[in-house]
Write a protein that binds this ligand. Structure first.
Ligand code: SAH
Ligand code: SF4
Length: 432
């Protein structure tokens, strides 16, 4: 979502006449987009700001002004700390306010001392005021839903991105068509809980994600559809049916479980237990037998004991995730879990994360190895590290390298997979 937001901000800036600088020292304006999900992400902002303050000083010595801004969820949660700890920041705005950037920039140019801050949650939707999105290549993100009403006890999202809102069907389809007209082949629909989508159609009727997927399926020229991130309790039968019906829907789904222990899921205030999660997985596999899953895990949530952790390891053995993201529980200010009195020791969290990751990496490697010898469709998105090489994604989001002419960039080719590591595949193009 932050990549998408940054791109939309770049489009606003282009419309204002800005061009991309090749390095910070050539930039008149620098904006940091920030994540507040874990403490580490927040601390990174302050260390990056420290470095950029030096650049600002060096440029000032050469007589050049530099305007510095911060956007995103850290601003929403810690606007005053930013102004206090980094007073050289000219302006800061939350993730829902960025359509007001032209105004904010004007105020920042006139500022006398105080950092210009905009963290208001207004009733209006930023999407109604943003300039039209632009395609950047063959793969585009498209935000359809934002915010969250689930209030998992560890999570800041409902406080930083606000309550759940969905964009109207027409807006989403118009944006998708424009992206495809400009060369997009793959659209990844985004939302904090993308499958809770309930946007209105032109008659004012609420429509679900399945409805939207079927409409997108009809766009000529669009070859691949993905959606991320889904909340397990909101995967309904209609959505499951799409995985059978819609060939453009890639056979890969990110479906975070967080923990394999019902006790912990309850303490996390998740609206699903392990059995319900596994049931959804089974139904999706029935709809599309070649589907693969990825997930998010949190280890060391308050109260997690050895038995709970063992249950998480069991779930991994059951589902055999083909990719995963795993984190140590991080205390977030203002969330209920931060003040629970049964916090897990840092040392235990570290040990558990390592054990879990070893298992997850093992399954990921095995899955990649099972791809060797197969022929897959690969959408080439970037130049590779070596000359004459391109990199792209398989339907399962695996990163694949192949020797290829650069004319094949932003195209889908048939590729025979030759080698696999945990993080990537390499292959040979068999059909352009
Ligand atoms: N809406 C999605 C997840 C969005 S946040 C869902 O509910 O599945 C992305 C991931 O960050 C979460 O899935 C979770 O694994 C992780 N996360 C969120 N808060 C965290 C915290 N306080 N400590 C550690 N990981 C956290
Ligand atoms: Fe955070 Fe996801 Fe839970 Fe919402 S559902 S509170 S975004 S972890």
């Amino acid at each position: 979502m932050n990549v998408y937001d940054s791109h939309r901000v770049a489009v606003i800036l282009e419309n204002l006449g800005f061009e991309q600088a090749v390095a910070p020292k050539y930039a008149d304006l620098i904006i940091f987009n920030t994540c507040h999900i874990r403490e580490k992400a927040t601390e990174k902002l302050f260390s990056d700001l420290g470095r950029i303050a030096e650049v600002k000083q060096e440029r000032a010595d050469e007589g050049k002004d530099t305007i510095i801004g911060v956007m995103g969820c850290v601003v929403q949660a810690e606007d005053e700390q930013i102004a206090k700890r980094a007073p050289f920041v000219d302006f800061a705005f939350g993730p829902l306010a960025y359509y007001r950037l032209p105004e904010i920039l004007e105020k920042a140019a006139r500022r006398k001392g105080e950092t210009v801050i905009d963290t208001e949650f207004l009733a209006e939707s930023k999407f109604d005021f943003l300039p039209q999105n632009k395609s950047e290549g063959a793969c585009s993100y498209l935000a359809i839903q934002e915010g969250c009403n689930n209030f998992c006890t560890y999570c800041v999202v409902p406080y930083t991105r606000g309550i759940e809102t969905s964009r109207p069907v027409r807006d989403v389809l118009d944006e998708a068509k424009k992206l495809v007209d400009e060369g997009t082949l793959e659209i990844n629909l985004l939302g904090q809980n993308v499958n809770s989508y309930h946007g209105e159609d032109e008659q004012g009727k609420e429509r679900n994600l399945a409805y939207l997927l079927r409409k997108l399926n009809k766009i000529d020229g669009l070859k691949r559809i993905r959606y991320t991130t889904s909340y397990p309790a909101d995967v309904d039968d209609d959505l499951i049916a799409c995985h059978k019906e819609i060939k453009k829907l890639m056979p890969y789904l990110h479906l975070p479980i967080q923990s394999g222990s019902d006790k912990i899921l309850k303490a996390m205030n998740r609206r699903h237990n392990v059995a319900q999660y596994l049931d959804v997985i089974d139904k999706l596999k029935e709809a599309n037998p070649i589907i693969g899953f990825s997930s998010d895990f949190i280890v060391g949530f308050p109260g997690e004991d050895d038995k709970d952790f063992a249950a998480t390891m069991d779930v991994v053995d059951k589902v055999k995730f083909i990719q995963a993201f795993s984190f140590k529980y991080s205390k977030r200010p203002g969330t209920p879990a931060a003040v629970m009195d049964n916090q897990v020791e840092e040392k235990v969290k570290k040990e558990r994360l390592e054990i879990l990751q070893n298992k997850l990496f093992d399954y990921q490697l095995k899955f990649n190895q099972s791809s060797v010898g197969k022929t897959m469709d690969v959408l080439f998105e970037n130049k590779g590290r070596h000359a004459g090489q391109l990199t792209g994604r398989t339907p399962y989001m695996q990163n694949l390298y192949a020797d290829a002419n650069k004319d094949l960039l932003n195209k889908i080719c048939r590729v025979k997979v030759k080698e696999a590591t945990m993080n990537s595949l390499s292959g040979k193009i068999v059909e352009e």
